[in-house]
Write a protein that binds this ligand. Structure first.
Ligand SMILES: C[S@@+](CC[C@H](N)C(=O)[O-])C[C@H]1O[C@@H](n2cnc3c(N)ncnc32)[C@H](O)[C@@H]1O
Length: 267
């Protein structure tokens, strides 16, 4: 495919791949592949693939006789994904209207995208539509903010030093933490055999500054919040104290990052 991404979009996606993928996302990819029972030779779709860490894991499992597709709304993410894994079929599109034939995949995977879809029920219905009968899906979302570490303190800092909008932007990834609501959402969309498992997860950032600066300069603008330099500096300074208990002897930051994986089947 040809992907029309600007240099800024590609730089932002590279920064995501270099910092956030190893810090948070990579550890969950093998768990989703296992949860969906992905086998050699299968056809697998990764929805909201980002830079493709999960699609790459699926490609390693399905092997040369299998097929993996990755879909995301962001051209920058897809440009980096295509660079890293040219053998996967990358497509730009929306989770709510997947550009694939009904029944065309044995498994559908998606990690840490569902909370951002404007119409989550439509996205689950689409995942079921493109699955073959009895095909499995596995979708990962973060636990609630209250059951996570470091981010509750960072959210409070943003509320105090920037604005309620900035704090809400950092709350957004954690809004699907309620297990019962997650099961209801997926079952109401028509899935069978729905189950949720909660995984411990560990976040590992190179430093407090690297973690918080990426949120301020990378994530907040994606959510439409643009702090000024004075606000950024104030938060970075305060974060050294507020998040200090997560700093290890070598300066890296390590904390619990639990997540739910919801699985189910096309009836
Ligand atoms: C936190 S990232 C996760 C990316 C990837 N799954 C990973 O594990 O690294 C969320 C992704 O969801 C994508 N996204 C958000 N809304 C979307 C939508 N409606 N349809 C498709 N992708 C969407 C974003 O572009 C972003 O790449």
């Amino acid at each position: 495919m040809s992907i029309n991404a600007s240099q800024n979009e590609i730089s932002a996606a590279r920064a995501y791949e270099d910092l956030h993928v190893p810090a948070l996302f990579r550890q969950f990819a093998p768990l989703l592949v296992e949860a969906a029972h992905v086998q050699p030779g299968q056809r697998v779709l990764d929805v909201a693939c980002g830079t493709g860490v999960l699609a790459r894991e699926a490609a390693a499992m399905v092997g040369e006789n299998g097929f993996v597709a990755g879909l995301d709304a962001s051209p920058g993410m897809l440009a980096v994904a295509a660079d890293l894994a040219p053998s996967v079929e990358w497509k730009q599109g929306l989770a709510e209207s997947l550009p694939y034939e009904a029944g065309s995949f044995d498994a559908v995977l998606s990690q840490f995208g569902l909370m951002f879809f404007p119409d989550r029920a439509a996205a689950i219905r689409e995942m079921l539509r493109v699955l073959a009968p009895r095909g499995r899906f596995a979708v990962a979302v973060w636990e609630s903010l209250e059951r996570s570490q470091a981010y509750p303190e960072e959210v409070a800092l943003l509320e105090r030093l920037i604005s309620p909008e900035a704090a809400n932007a950092l709350r957004a990834p954690f809004v699907l933490g309620d297990r019962d609501a997650l099961v209801q959402l997926v079952a109401d969309a028509g899935a069978a055999s729905v189950e949720v498992t909660t995984h411990h997860g560990t976040a590992r950032f190179p430093s407090i500054r690297a973690m918080v600066e990426a949120d301020l300069r990378g994530w907040l603008p994606v959510m439409g919040v643009h702090p000024d330099e004075a606000q950024i500096e104030a938060v970075l300074q305060a974060a050294e104290d507020v998040l200090g208990r997560y700093r290890t002897a070598d300066g890296t930051v390590v904390f619990d990052a639990p997540a739910h994986i919801v699985t189910g089947q096309k009836p």
